[in-house]
Design a protein. Structure first.
Length: 368
């Protein structure tokens, strides 16, 4: 059994942990900004293919105290790197340091790279490593003088599902969109409406979740090229994911006042294979009638930080509050960076949850 860590956006630790538990991963525990678990190679492949709210899957190689560069060097050199990285493997280094004596990230990268090269050179009895083979990305975190070293099994981050090569301004990350749909408890039975659909991320993630379709089925991962993880592990994990899919009729609605955004959302849904599950429309969110008798509204209206001026965004929130006041059969889940959203919307939220859209602190305002 190996140890793994899944970084995630702040606020999504709980949903990511629950996903891993449902996959059968062991010793799952949510921590600040990430989730840890233990599992075998099959669990690694399963997590990469099926995780909706995690950013990547890191294999933990070890941890140690690192108050000095000597400690960092010796700690890395002592790790069993040659068990995983072959003689021709590429092993670039990236990471971060917080509240630690070793605060210079570039210097830490150089020391870790040198220590890894020393350890691998000694293991393979060579003085020069070609680094022409598969990618074994080394990642480090140094927090309060405690260093942890990982190998990135994912490669391109998990939010890059592959269905959204184009996007409109201020797109919502796919992992966050999946989290919003999860917080709304949407499971495909009722209707879901995104009246600010933009490039379609929320309705597409909702359709994938309704179908229980794994988001990583149509992409590749870094560890698929590793000699230590046989191809059958990935093939079996993909077959297992496909066997868990549902097939039904879903009522998912995506609208936007911008015709170009709606056209792009439809194209992205077609790439994701869920266009048949979503009804698209060009409409003003504050003037369009509800598309179904009841359901949930999940949306990411303009914040006033990147797309609209703040005063314009606040005016929009007022219009939303007035327009949606009579939608008693609809729950509303609205993410916004506006701290006084409830005041402009005209009603206190039943619950608020702090989330981050990239580096922007937001709140999911929930009405039911």
């Amino acid at each position: 059994m190996s140890e793994f860590m899944v970084p995630c956006l702040f606020g999504l630790e709980g949903p990511a942990a629950e996903e891993l538990r449902r996959m059968g991963c062991e010793n799952v525990r949510a921590e600040n900004g990430h989730v840890r678990f233990t599992g075998d190679a099959a669990a690694c492949a399963r997590a990469n293919i099926r995780l909706r709210t995690g950013e990547r899957v890191l294999l933990r190689l070890g941890g140690f105290e690192a108050r000095t560069f000597d400690q960092l060097f010796e700690g890395v050199r002592a790790l069993p790197l040659a068990r995983l990285i072959p003689k021709d493997g590429q092993f670039p280094v990236k990471g971060y340091s917080l509240d630690s004596a070793l605060h210079s990230v570039p210097d830490c990268q150089k020391i870790i790279k040198k220590a890894a090269a020393t350890a691998l050179g000694a293991a393979y009895h060579v003085q020069w490593l070609p680094e022409t083979g598969a990618l074994y990305q080394l990642q480090f975190s140094i927090v309060k003088d405690c260093a942890e070293i990982f190998l990135d099994t994912t490669g391109a981050p998990l939010f890059k599902r592959g269905y959204r090569p184009g996007h409109v301004a201020a797109p919502l990350r796919e992992t966050l969109a999946a989290g919003l749909v999860g917080f709304a408890y949407y499971r495909g039975r009722d209707a879901l409406w995104d009246p600010f659909c933009g490039s379609g991320t929320i309705p597409i993630e909702a359709a994938l979740m309704a179908r229980n379709r794994a988001p990583g089925l149509h992409r590749s991962f870094a560890a698929q090229s590793w000699s230590g993880l046989p191809t059958r592990v990935w093939r079996d994990a993909a077959q297992e994911a496909r066997s868990l899919e549902y097939h039904g009729e879903y009522h998912i609605f995506a609208s936007d006042i911008d015709p170009k955004a709606v056209a792009l959302a439809r194209e992205n849904a077609e790439r994701a294979g869920v266009a048949a599950d979503i009804t698209f429309d060009v409409a003003d969110a504050c003037a369009a009638p509800a598309p179904w008798e009841k359901g949930v509204i999940v949306c990411n209206p303009p914040y006033g930080e990147r797309m609209l001026e703040r005063e314009e965004a606040q005016a929009l929130y007022r219009d939303m509050g007035r327009a949606w006041r009579g939608l008693d059969g609809w729950g509303k889940y609205i993410i916004s960076s506006e701290p006084d959203f409830e005041r402009f919307y005209g009603a206190p939220a039943a619950k608020r949850r702090k989330l981050y859209n990239g580096m922007i602190q937001c709140y999911l305002n929930m009405y039911w």
